[in-house]
Ligand binder design. Structure first.
Ligand code: ADP
Ligand code: MG
Length: 238
């Protein structure tokens, strides 16, 4: 049945995660251990080593922080919310950072957008992830368009359109796999977590991209979360 398929999909993601986590945590820890050993011999020159130790620990914290969202034990709370307001709020949050990088964020929210049943905190995190990715892809500035409109009687459509570096074709299928990142300071968890949150809402997402032109992330969310989807989530989260 559909429920069974969805559950086993989640288990396999959990399995992939376990293997990935072990690998990702071991690398920075090995570095930390090595530099601590060196410190014992080079007490005079210890400053740069301490700096490396500190940044490796920060990296572990960043990764574990993102993973915590997946391990969140409590059932998510769905309330009827105005995602136009939510999108505006997230835009305001990142606007100043955008201006510093010559990036202008332009929102086009359909005024007749219906309220939707959602986990506001979850969606806020999704929107921040997509907006941050768009900004990080635009090293020399440009525009980001955020569009939200009613798609049909049952769902809404949200688009994040950027004028950034785009994604090479051969990388597209890897996007959203745990720990896939092309960034020096990336975690490669943003898209995977966002996708999970969207699917918990009974929604879908897709990425369209053209190298050196830009990327569009499209999200469809149902206006009402189906009873089976809510039940499914609360069962999974214990
Ligand atoms: P992270 O941002 O930590 O790298 P994500 O899961 O958010 O992890 O993104 C994974 C990868 O997908 C990024 O490293 C980048 O290569 C690619 N990507 C995601 N969004 C965009 C975008 N808007 N433009 C270009 N590349 C993107
Ligand atoms: Mg990201």
């Amino acid at each position: 049945t559909e429920e069974f398929i969805r559950t086993s999909e989640k288990l396999s993601v959990a399995g992939q995660l376990a293997a990935g986590i072990a690998h990702e945590i071991r690398n920075p820890l090995t570095a930390i251990k090595g530099f601590i050993q060196l410190l014992q011999f080079e007490l005079d020159e210890k400053k740069p080593y301490l700096h490396i130790i500190e940044s490796e620990i920060q990296r572990i914290e960043l990764i574990l922080g993102e993973l915590l969202v997946l391990a969140k034990p409590q059932a998510t709370k769905f309330t009827k919310s105005d995602i136009g307001v939510l999108l505006q709020h997230v835009t305001t949050l990142l606007e100043t950072q955008g201006i510093l990088h010559n990036i202008q964020i332009i929102t086009k929210i359909d005024p007749s957008l219906p309220l939707i049943e959602c986990d506001e905190n979850g969606l806020k995190q999704v929107f921040i992830n997509f907006l941050k990715n768009a900004m990080e892809a635009m090293k020399s500035g440009g525009h980001i368009f955020i569009e939200a409109q009613k798609k049909d009687e049952y769902s809404v459509l949200i688009r994040f359109i950027d004028e950034g570096c785009g994604i090479p074709k051969e990388q597209l299928e890897k996007i959203g796999k745990p720990f896939f990142t092309t960034k020096e300071k990336g975690t490669g968890l943003g898209i995977m977590i966002s996708k999970k949150i969207i699917e918990d809402h009974g929604g879908t997402m897709s990425i369209m991209s053209e190298e050196n032109k830009g990327t569009t992330v499209e999200v469809t969310l149902p206006i009402r979360v189906s009873a089976s989807s809510v039940l499914h989530n609360s069962l999974l989260s214990g």
